[in-house]
Design a protein around this ligand. Sequence first.
Ligand SMILES: [Mn+2]
Length: 217
Amino acid sequence: MNRIIAIGDIHGEYEAFIKLLHDVKYDYKNDKLILLGDYIDRGKQSKEVLDKVMSLVSNGAIALLGNHEDMMIDSFINDNYHLWHSNGGDKTHKQLNDKIVYKYLHFIKSLPISYELDGFFFCHAGVDFSKPIKQQSKDDLLWIRDEYIFNKNTTDKVVVSGHTPVQMIKQALSIKPESTPIYGEDKIFLDTGVAYGGRLTAMDVLTKQYWQVEIKR
Ligand SMILES: [Mn+2]
């Protein structure tokens, strides 16, 4: 295997996603690709992003569950769409009409909430370090913010996550809120806020080389 490439939150930005895969020169035979969740909502092309994610998974990519996909499933299970719609799901719901939505719900239900490879632990939002890595709840892995971001990583894994835009983390740390990934010895943050005027990022976590796509609005 040549590279382990992780991609942060896509949020319906299909064109940026396609351009990023092209720029990375992703090769499913030699690279491991791990998508960190939140494929849908906010952007215009959630359906197209999901179609692409499904085809990548059928060729060996790992796609993790994000809290937005989880909200979507919960909406249909409980027949209550308020939370999902108020988080940008209204647009997605219009794209995924009743005739086709079950295919996507079935796919989303199959997505794992974490993935481990070569000393890296991948999940959508992060890890609650007050508990062992095996005892993380789905809520921790999909929703956690500050307790993960600002606490010391006490596990022996490098945690790779999306979910909280790096701009928010940098603002909290009083550093210039550029749309570039944050990475250190023990954590890698890859949500560079493409849905908020930032960029979409892919990183080879082995070398820390990264690629970014900005969308013109
Ligand atoms: Mn998220």
